[in-house]
Design a protein around this ligand. Sequence first.
Ligand SMILES: [Zn+2]
Ligand SMILES: [Zn+2]
Length: 152
Amino acid sequence: MLKYNKKCLYCINVFASKASTTNYCSTDCSFFHRIREYNSCWNWLGNIAQSGTINFKVEGRSTTAPRYAYEKYKGILPKGGYVVRTCGNDICVNPEHLLHTYNSTEGTKIQNEKARDALYKEIKADLRPNKILSKVHKLPLHMIRDIKYGRL
Ligand SMILES: [Zn+2]
Ligand SMILES: [Zn+2]
């Protein structure tokens, strides 16, 4: 069988590849090359389907990047149910931010609450004038005040 000597785009190791189109020495290299860590999130820089699904190929099989990350670090995903992001960041594939649930509304709720708490914390810690914060976060001024004074 014809083999190609390729240099992995991620770890730069030279490896023997069966196909000239293979650019990574391993699935992990293919995965991590598409991630940029930011604020503890693993932001996916690879392709994302219009539906929001982050497709990812493992040895020719199609799966999703969140599933791959979840199963690599947390074990096999149970059948059915949903994977939600506790950080509320749609392009995050950090397994620590992925949660399996059977309840879609609960999943959304957890996600929203976490995202909301993070936003409130950020606003509370921001010392700029409320008017500016209202513009930056596109929230009404009275809401910014309520968040600042802990009424929300
Ligand atoms: Zn590699
Ligand atoms: Zn995240």
